[in-house]
Design a protein around this ligand. Sequence first.
Ligand code: DQA
Length: 255
Amino acid sequence: MSAKEVKVRNTVLAGGKPTICSAMVGKNQSELIEQAETIVTKKPDVVEWRVDFFENIADADAVVNTASSIRKKLGDLPLIFTIRSIKEGGQEIPLDESGKVELLKKVCETKSTDLIDYEVENDKADIDAIKQAAQQNDVKVILSFHNFNETPSEKEMLNKLEKASAYKADIGKLAVMPNNMSDVLSVLQITQTAHTDLDIPVITMSMGVDGGLTRLVGWKFGSALTFAVGSKSSAPGQIPIEVVRQLEGYLSNDS
Ligand SMILES: O=C1C[C@@](O)(C(=O)O)C[C@@H](O)[C@@H]1O
């Protein structure tokens, strides 16, 4: 397997092949289980739990128990555990950064997830602590960057992905909001550049209605994962999984 591929359970995250993630955004265990059951029927390749939506996030045992109940519903589908910060488009949560880091480490130690998403702009010491707990427990780390207001310059976007690589993330991720179609082209351009030049896989998307096309064709430019709606949307512009899957079929060589 090349350094640009990450294998989690039976899913290979690379670029250049269609791979879909659906998110769960329930506020309690029963909503999450219901969403997991619906999502599984839609056959994504990966599932994300957006834990910032979980009302019991401050109770680490509740989080770990819920992760294990979700895990049972997912069969062999890889799970991404994400606490998106309010700064980068997430929900307000009753945990400060050190509480968040402790929770992420515990989730790694209890092997409750396959991947952790943490933002690349966080303190390097926190990133290193999470990376270490993850590595010891065979959990992969995605270092991500989000901007829900605008699309930074191509140079800045590439810098974020390069930083993820320099910090030894397993995968780099970038989600930004376009204000025009040139912004959408920029995301596709930097996706191709990062896919060619970096030594880790990258996940990219342009959000909103205008960015929607990146969710359909990003993999052709090297994005290793696209987020599509399996039960409920977790970001603007996400398209139902059935639509993404069908189009991917037409764009694949083996169709
Ligand atoms: O980072 C991402 C990407 C995303 O923001 C999107 O635009 O699809 C959705 C989030 O749930 C996920 O954590």
